[in-house]
Design a protein around this ligand. Structure first.
Ligand code: NAD
Length: 251
Protein backbone atom coordinates (compact mmCIF):
# COMPACT_ATOMS: atom_id res chain seq x y z
CA UNK A 1 0.00 0.00 0.00
CA UNK A 2 1.17 3.54 -0.74
CA UNK A 3 2.80 5.40 2.15
CA UNK A 4 0.52 8.18 3.37
CA UNK A 5 3.30 10.78 3.65
CA UNK A 6 5.57 9.75 0.79
CA UNK A 7 7.95 12.59 -0.08
CA UNK A 8 6.56 14.96 2.58
CA UNK A 9 8.75 17.19 4.73
CA UNK A 10 7.54 17.32 8.34
CA UNK A 11 8.56 19.25 11.44
CA UNK A 12 7.65 17.86 14.86
CA UNK A 13 8.43 20.08 17.83
CA UNK A 14 8.92 18.10 21.02
CA UNK A 15 9.73 15.05 18.90
CA UNK A 16 12.22 13.48 21.30
CA UNK A 17 9.72 11.98 23.73
CA UNK A 18 6.16 10.74 24.28
CA UNK A 19 3.52 11.74 21.74
CA UNK A 20 5.97 13.61 19.50
CA UNK A 21 8.36 10.67 19.33
CA UNK A 22 5.58 8.16 18.56
CA UNK A 23 4.36 10.49 15.80
CA UNK A 24 7.85 10.94 14.38
CA UNK A 25 8.20 7.15 14.12
CA UNK A 26 4.85 6.84 12.36
CA UNK A 27 5.54 9.74 9.98
CA UNK A 28 8.94 8.27 9.06
CA UNK A 29 7.35 4.85 8.52
CA UNK A 30 4.80 6.54 6.22
CA UNK A 31 7.56 7.97 4.04
CA UNK A 32 8.08 11.48 5.45
CA UNK A 33 11.40 13.18 5.98
CA UNK A 34 11.12 14.31 9.60
CA UNK A 35 12.80 17.15 11.47
CA UNK A 36 12.38 16.80 15.23
CA UNK A 37 13.15 19.34 17.93
CA UNK A 38 13.47 19.17 21.69
CA UNK A 39 15.54 20.88 24.32
CA UNK A 40 18.32 18.36 24.91
CA UNK A 41 20.66 17.12 22.20
CA UNK A 42 21.44 13.80 23.93
CA UNK A 43 17.75 12.84 24.10
CA UNK A 44 17.23 14.00 20.54
CA UNK A 45 20.10 11.87 19.30
CA UNK A 46 18.68 8.82 21.10
CA UNK A 47 15.25 9.55 19.60
CA UNK A 48 16.71 9.94 16.11
CA UNK A 49 18.33 6.53 16.45
CA UNK A 50 15.03 5.01 17.56
CA UNK A 51 13.11 6.60 14.69
CA UNK A 52 15.68 5.48 12.14
CA UNK A 53 15.17 6.40 8.51
CA UNK A 54 14.92 9.92 7.32
CA UNK A 55 15.23 12.09 10.44
CA UNK A 56 17.12 15.23 11.49
CA UNK A 57 17.22 16.14 15.20
CA UNK A 58 17.79 19.78 16.19
CA UNK A 59 18.08 21.11 19.75
CA UNK A 60 15.76 24.09 19.96
CA UNK A 61 13.58 25.67 22.64
CA UNK A 62 10.20 26.68 21.16
CA UNK A 63 9.90 29.59 23.58
CA UNK A 64 13.08 31.17 22.14
CA UNK A 65 12.59 32.90 18.81
CA UNK A 66 16.27 32.72 17.86
CA UNK A 67 16.15 28.93 18.34
CA UNK A 68 13.11 28.72 16.06
CA UNK A 69 14.88 30.82 13.43
CA UNK A 70 17.76 28.33 13.45
CA UNK A 71 15.39 25.40 12.92
CA UNK A 72 13.61 26.99 9.96
CA UNK A 73 16.89 28.14 8.41
CA UNK A 74 18.06 24.53 8.60
CA UNK A 75 14.86 23.19 7.04
CA UNK A 76 15.10 25.80 4.28
CA UNK A 77 18.70 24.84 3.60
CA UNK A 78 18.25 21.07 3.72
CA UNK A 79 14.76 20.59 2.32
CA UNK A 80 13.74 23.91 0.75
CA UNK A 81 10.14 23.62 1.95
CA UNK A 82 7.83 22.28 4.65
CA UNK A 83 4.62 20.28 4.13
CA UNK A 84 3.59 19.34 7.67
CA UNK A 85 4.02 21.09 11.01
CA UNK A 86 3.16 19.18 14.17
CA UNK A 87 3.42 21.92 16.82
CA UNK A 88 3.50 19.58 19.77
CA UNK A 89 6.13 20.82 22.24
CA UNK A 90 4.48 21.74 25.47
CA UNK A 91 4.25 21.18 29.15
CA UNK A 92 2.48 22.08 32.34
CA UNK A 93 2.48 21.69 36.10
CA UNK A 94 -0.18 21.43 38.77
CA UNK A 95 -0.56 24.66 40.75
CA UNK A 96 -3.69 25.87 42.57
CA UNK A 97 -4.73 29.41 41.72
CA UNK A 98 -3.74 30.80 45.13
CA UNK A 99 -0.19 29.58 44.57
CA UNK A 100 0.26 30.56 40.93
CA UNK A 101 3.33 32.74 40.36
CA UNK A 102 4.24 35.09 37.54
CA UNK A 103 7.07 32.71 36.68
CA UNK A 104 4.64 29.78 36.31
CA UNK A 105 2.39 31.79 33.97
CA UNK A 106 5.30 33.10 31.89
CA UNK A 107 6.85 29.65 31.60
CA UNK A 108 3.82 27.77 30.32
CA UNK A 109 2.34 30.57 28.23
CA UNK A 110 5.87 31.01 26.84
CA UNK A 111 6.24 27.39 25.78
CA UNK A 112 2.68 26.42 24.88
CA UNK A 113 1.17 29.62 23.50
CA UNK A 114 4.05 31.83 22.39
CA UNK A 115 6.07 28.81 21.26
CA UNK A 116 3.24 27.47 19.11
CA UNK A 117 2.36 30.88 17.69
CA UNK A 118 5.90 31.59 16.52
CA UNK A 119 6.44 28.04 15.31
CA UNK A 120 3.48 28.48 12.98
CA UNK A 121 4.38 32.05 12.02
CA UNK A 122 7.92 31.10 11.06
CA UNK A 123 6.85 27.89 9.29
CA UNK A 124 4.39 29.64 6.97
CA UNK A 125 6.92 31.09 4.49
CA UNK A 126 8.10 27.52 3.81
CA UNK A 127 4.59 26.14 3.29
CA UNK A 128 2.27 26.17 0.30
CA UNK A 129 -1.15 24.85 -0.74
CA UNK A 130 -1.69 21.32 0.56
CA UNK A 131 0.31 22.04 3.72
CA UNK A 132 -1.06 20.91 7.06
CA UNK A 133 -0.59 22.16 10.60
CA UNK A 134 -1.54 20.06 13.62
CA UNK A 135 -1.35 21.60 17.08
CA UNK A 136 -1.30 19.60 20.30
CA UNK A 137 -4.04 20.82 22.58
CA UNK A 138 -5.50 18.83 25.46
CA UNK A 139 -8.91 17.66 26.65
CA UNK A 140 -8.47 20.10 29.54
CA UNK A 141 -9.20 22.89 27.04
CA UNK A 142 -12.84 22.07 27.79
CA UNK A 143 -12.60 20.43 31.22
CA UNK A 144 -12.10 21.81 34.69
CA UNK A 145 -9.24 19.98 36.39
CA UNK A 146 -8.34 21.39 39.80
CA UNK A 147 -4.91 23.05 39.99
CA UNK A 148 -4.37 22.78 36.22
CA UNK A 149 -5.74 26.21 35.31
CA UNK A 150 -2.75 27.82 33.66
CA UNK A 151 -2.01 24.76 31.54
CA UNK A 152 -5.69 24.42 30.58
CA UNK A 153 -5.83 28.11 29.60
CA UNK A 154 -2.81 27.69 27.33
CA UNK A 155 -4.48 24.77 25.58
CA UNK A 156 -7.78 26.66 25.21
CA UNK A 157 -5.75 29.48 23.62
CA UNK A 158 -4.34 27.03 21.09
CA UNK A 159 -7.81 25.84 20.20
CA UNK A 160 -8.72 29.48 19.61
CA UNK A 161 -5.65 30.02 17.40
CA UNK A 162 -6.75 27.13 15.17
CA UNK A 163 -10.11 28.79 14.52
CA UNK A 164 -8.46 32.14 13.78
CA UNK A 165 -5.81 30.65 11.53
CA UNK A 166 -8.31 28.53 9.60
CA UNK A 167 -10.05 31.82 8.77
CA UNK A 168 -6.82 33.68 8.14
CA UNK A 169 -5.35 31.05 5.78
CA UNK A 170 -8.46 31.17 3.58
CA UNK A 171 -7.44 30.75 -0.03
CA UNK A 172 -3.97 29.46 0.79
CA UNK A 173 -4.90 25.77 0.94
CA UNK A 174 -3.20 25.27 4.30
CA UNK A 175 -5.26 23.37 6.88
CA UNK A 176 -4.87 23.78 10.63
CA UNK A 177 -6.36 21.49 13.27
CA UNK A 178 -5.91 20.69 16.94
CA UNK A 179 -5.43 17.22 18.37
CA UNK A 180 -6.53 17.03 21.99
CA UNK A 181 -5.32 13.96 23.87
CA UNK A 182 -6.83 12.61 27.04
CA UNK A 183 -4.66 10.94 29.64
CA UNK A 184 -1.65 9.31 27.96
CA UNK A 185 1.23 8.37 30.23
CA UNK A 186 4.50 9.66 28.75
CA UNK A 187 7.96 10.43 30.18
CA UNK A 188 6.65 13.97 30.83
CA UNK A 189 4.58 12.70 33.76
CA UNK A 190 7.85 12.16 35.62
CA UNK A 191 10.13 14.76 34.08
CA UNK A 192 7.62 17.65 33.90
CA UNK A 193 4.80 16.88 36.32
CA UNK A 194 7.22 15.33 38.84
CA UNK A 195 5.00 12.30 39.51
CA UNK A 196 6.32 9.09 41.07
CA UNK A 197 5.50 5.66 39.61
CA UNK A 198 2.94 5.13 42.38
CA UNK A 199 1.28 8.47 41.68
CA UNK A 200 1.16 7.67 37.97
CA UNK A 201 -0.52 4.31 38.60
CA UNK A 202 -3.11 5.96 40.89
CA UNK A 203 -3.72 8.71 38.32
CA UNK A 204 -4.17 6.14 35.55
CA UNK A 205 -6.68 4.18 37.62
CA UNK A 206 -8.63 7.35 38.41
CA UNK A 207 -8.64 8.42 34.74
CA UNK A 208 -9.77 4.96 33.63
CA UNK A 209 -12.78 5.29 35.96
CA UNK A 210 -13.95 8.49 34.27
CA UNK A 211 -13.23 7.38 30.69
CA UNK A 212 -15.95 5.55 28.73
CA UNK A 213 -13.37 3.19 27.24
CA UNK A 214 -12.23 2.34 30.77
CA UNK A 215 -8.52 2.98 30.24
CA UNK A 216 -5.94 5.61 29.39
CA UNK A 217 -4.46 6.04 25.92
CA UNK A 218 -1.06 5.43 24.36
CA UNK A 219 1.24 7.77 22.44
CA UNK A 220 0.79 5.50 19.41
CA UNK A 221 -2.99 6.02 19.47
CA UNK A 222 -2.49 9.78 19.44
CA UNK A 223 0.08 9.46 16.64
CA UNK A 224 -2.45 7.66 14.42
CA UNK A 225 -4.92 10.52 14.82
CA UNK A 226 -2.17 13.07 14.10
CA UNK A 227 -1.35 11.16 10.92
CA UNK A 228 -5.00 11.43 9.91
CA UNK A 229 -5.01 15.22 10.39
CA UNK A 230 -1.58 15.68 8.76
CA UNK A 231 -2.32 13.54 5.71
CA UNK A 232 -4.66 13.76 2.77
CA UNK A 233 -7.08 11.41 4.56
CA UNK A 234 -8.47 14.53 6.23
CA UNK A 235 -8.38 16.74 3.12
CA UNK A 236 -11.68 18.53 3.99
CA UNK A 237 -11.12 18.75 7.77
CA UNK A 238 -10.12 22.23 8.88
CA UNK A 239 -10.21 24.28 12.09
CA UNK A 240 -11.38 21.41 14.31
CA UNK A 241 -10.34 20.10 17.69
CA UNK A 242 -10.14 16.31 17.51
CA UNK A 243 -10.40 14.71 20.93
CA UNK A 244 -8.49 11.45 21.29
CA UNK A 245 -9.48 10.72 24.84
CA UNK A 246 -11.48 7.49 24.97
CA UNK A 247 -14.54 9.71 25.36
CA UNK A 248 -13.41 11.22 28.67
CA UNK A 249 -14.20 14.83 27.77
CA UNK A 250 -17.36 13.93 25.86
CA UNK A 251 -19.57 12.81 28.75
P1 NAD B 1 6.85 14.55 27.01
O1 NAD B 1 7.38 15.32 28.15
O2 NAD B 1 7.07 13.09 26.94
O3 NAD B 1 7.32 15.22 25.66
C1 NAD B 1 7.34 16.60 25.53
C2 NAD B 1 8.26 16.99 24.41
O4 NAD B 1 8.23 18.40 24.29
C3 NAD B 1 9.71 16.60 24.66
O5 NAD B 1 10.29 16.24 23.42
C4 NAD B 1 10.32 17.91 25.18
O6 NAD B 1 11.70 18.01 24.90
C5 NAD B 1 9.53 18.91 24.35
N1 NAD B 1 9.52 20.23 24.94
C6 NAD B 1 9.03 20.64 26.13
N2 NAD B 1 9.26 21.95 26.29
C7 NAD B 1 9.91 22.36 25.19
C8 NAD B 1 10.45 23.58 24.75
N3 NAD B 1 10.38 24.69 25.51
N4 NAD B 1 11.06 23.64 23.55
C9 NAD B 1 11.16 22.54 22.77
N5 NAD B 1 10.69 21.35 23.12
C10 NAD B 1 10.08 21.27 24.32
O7 NAD B 1 5.28 14.88 27.00
P2 NAD B 1 4.03 14.45 26.09
O8 NAD B 1 3.00 13.95 27.04
O9 NAD B 1 4.42 13.63 24.92
O10 NAD B 1 3.56 15.90 25.62
C11 NAD B 1 3.47 16.30 24.28
C12 NAD B 1 2.32 17.29 24.13
O11 NAD B 1 1.10 16.64 24.46
C13 NAD B 1 2.40 18.50 25.05
O12 NAD B 1 2.00 19.65 24.33
C14 NAD B 1 1.38 18.17 26.13
O13 NAD B 1 0.87 19.34 26.73
C15 NAD B 1 0.34 17.45 25.33
N6 NAD B 1 -0.59 16.60 26.05
C16 NAD B 1 -0.17 15.50 26.70
C17 NAD B 1 -1.10 14.70 27.37
C18 NAD B 1 -0.69 13.48 28.10
O14 NAD B 1 -1.49 12.95 28.90
N7 NAD B 1 0.52 12.99 27.91
C19 NAD B 1 -2.46 15.03 27.35
C20 NAD B 1 -2.86 16.17 26.67
C21 NAD B 1 -1.92 16.94 26.01
Amino acid sequence: MKEKLAGKIALITGGSSGIGLATAKLFAAEGARVFITGRRQAELDAAAKEIGGNVVAVASDVSKLADLDRVFAMIQERAGRLDIVFANAGGGAFMPVDQVTEEHVDKYFGINVKGTLFTVQKALPLMSAGGTIVITGSMVSVQGVAAFGVYAATKAALRSFARTWAAEFKGRGIRVNVISPGVVVTPGYQSELGMTNEQIEAFKAEAAETTPLGRTGTPEEIAKAVLFLASDDSSFVNGIELFVDGGAAQI
